[in-house]
Design a binder for this molecule. Structure first.
Ligand SMILES: C[S@@+](CC[C@H](N)C(=O)[O-])C[C@H]1O[C@@H](n2cnc3c(N)ncnc32)[C@H](O)[C@@H]1O
Length: 219
């Protein structure tokens, strides 16, 4: 089933897709999944195929620009969902997550965060977890390959009293609603050397690009 999503351009790796799929698969019928940052629908299709009897809300303003592609990305998103036969199970909210959040009232059974990767937006996106019940899962992409996302996690998960870090699939972090233990906090801190390594690789690749090297960013 993951083969369907692998035809879609995006950053989600196969292992991360399997992790998303597993979390969505265990939700009971009628659950609600919220995805922040859908791009061309690579992760949206994984979630929709895994949770066939759930409601999936995809949030993306389809920002213009070279990185995310604006209107062309939205059109690709719609076409990719139609090709995967999941268009009728996904409600698209074309807006910034930070704009929608204050008015949101519904319960969220699974939250996937992969929107704007700066510290402030990630900090706001983590507030969507206020709608996730105790024991519910929050997945965060690029948790240890982006400065803004990792700093947001350190500020809002490391010191949280209601969100605990569980584990990661490469840079996809899995958190759970519940009071963290000291071991949960230490487990999050233990990922920092790996994060620093990833940031160093990214910086080296940027420098190498100035000299004509075109190795793609691994994250
Ligand atoms: C890394 S991509 C998402 C990739 C997608 N999850 C996938 O699997 O291919 C980030 C997306 O976040 C969107 N985005 C940027 N700012 C946003 C915001 N404030 N709220 C929600 N989405 C945002 C961008 O338009 C872009 O499509």
């Amino acid at each position: 089933m993951l083969a369907q999503s692998e035809k879609i351009a995006g950053w989600l790796t196969r292992a991360q897709a399997a992790s998303l799929f597993a979390e969505a698969r265990r939700l009971p019928a009628g659950s609600r999944i919220v995805e922040i940052g859908s791009h061309q629908g690579r992760s949206t299709v994984v979630l929709a195929l895994a949770a066939r009897s759930c409601h999936l809300v995809a949030i993306d303003p389809f920002v213009e620009g070279a990185l995310f592609g604006g209107l062309a990305t939205k059109q690709a998103f719609l076409a990719n969902l139609a090709a995967a036969n999941v268009a009728d199970r996904v409600v698209l909210r074309e807006a910034k997550s930070t704009v929608l959040r204050p008015g949101w009232r519904d319960r969220i059974d699974l939250l996937y965060i992969d929107g704007k990767h700066d510290y402030w937006t990630l900090s706001d996106d983590l507030k969507w977890s206020e709608h996730v019940p105790e024991g519910g899962i929050v997945l965060i992409h690029d948790a240890f390959s982006s400065i803004g996302v990792t700093l947001g996690l350190l500020r809002h998960v490391l010191f949280s009293r209601r969100l605990r870090y569980l584990d990661r699939t490469t840079s996809l972090a899995r958190c759970q609603l519940g009071c963290p233990s000291s071991r949960d906090r230490l487990r999050l801190l233990a990922q920092l050397p790996w994060w620093l390594r990833n940031i160093a690789i990214k910086l080296l690749l940027r420098v190498a690009r100035l000299f004509g090297n075109s190795t793609p960013d691994p994250y």
